[in-house]
Design a protein around this ligand. Structure first.
Ligand code: GRF
Length: 211
């Protein structure tokens, strides 16, 4: 028996607007490893997100709340908060969720909201991080898992891994390399969170691996 046995098992929600390959990576890892948590809920703002199909295939409760049907972001986030309250969510993982949150939402889930970003933050923030790094001609880029705070792509960093950009890489090849790294580090970060192995001190996050 490991030392996490007394920790409450965490209920994880994943928010995704598109393909959901990171959702899949977290689900697959959680089924094969003792992460002390389960993906119990998937939310999308996009009715045609493949992530919803993945949730269905994995027998995970999912909901699509179409952001286009709401007049303001405040109203949309209020609706999501209502839905989340009923699910008793301990951790929200953003996995290609393309909407920004209101401050109220972030406040509600501060330190329980994490994101994956396809660059070595603080370099290449924003929606086109892989292309921006590729166009810039960097030789090293990567992926970052971080807590979400009030400024975009700026919260305390949990894990990062570098990816070499070779001269021969096309943009597609670089994207594939980065996604592979994402699929490795995101589930690990989720595991650390669920096992209460992350300690945040200001901007710094330390990882207390127990086994
Ligand atoms: C990933 O590259 C992630 O870093 C970014 O959005 C992409 C989502 O991909 N935030 P997927 O939907 O998980 O396949």
């Amino acid at each position: 028996m490991n030392s996490i046995s007394n920790n409450k098992r965490k209920r994880i929600a994943v928010f995704a607007s598109g393909n959901g390959s990171n959702l899949q990576a977290i689900v697959d890892y959680s089924l094969k490893n003792d992460i002390n948590g389960d993906v119990v809920f998937v939310l999308s703002n996009n009715p045609s997100a493949y992530a919803l199909e993945r949730a269905k295939n994995a027998d995970i409760k999912s909901i699509c709340i179409d952001s286009k049907k709401f007049v303001s972001r405040q109203e949309y986030d209020r609706e999501i908060l209502k839905v989340l309250k009923n699910e008793n969510i301990d951790l929200i993982c953003l996995a290609g969720y393309m909407l920004l949150f209101t401050l109220d939402f972030i406040n509600e889930y501060l330190n329980k909201l994490i994101n994956i970003h396809p660059s070595l933050l603080p370099s290449f923030k924003g929606k086109q991080a892989i292309k921006d790094a590729f166009d810039y001609g960097v030789r090293i880029t990567g992926a970052t898992v971080h807590f979400v705070e009030f400024e975009i792509d700026n919260g305390p960093i949990i894990l990062q891994e570098a990816v070499q950009v070779s001269e021969k890489d096309t943009l597609d090849e670089l994207e594939n390399k980065i996604h592979k790294v994402e699929h490795r580090i995101y589930p690990l970060a989720v595991k650390y969170f669920c096992r209460d192995e992350l300690k945040i001190n200001g901007r710094k996050v330390s990882i207390l691996e127990r086994s």
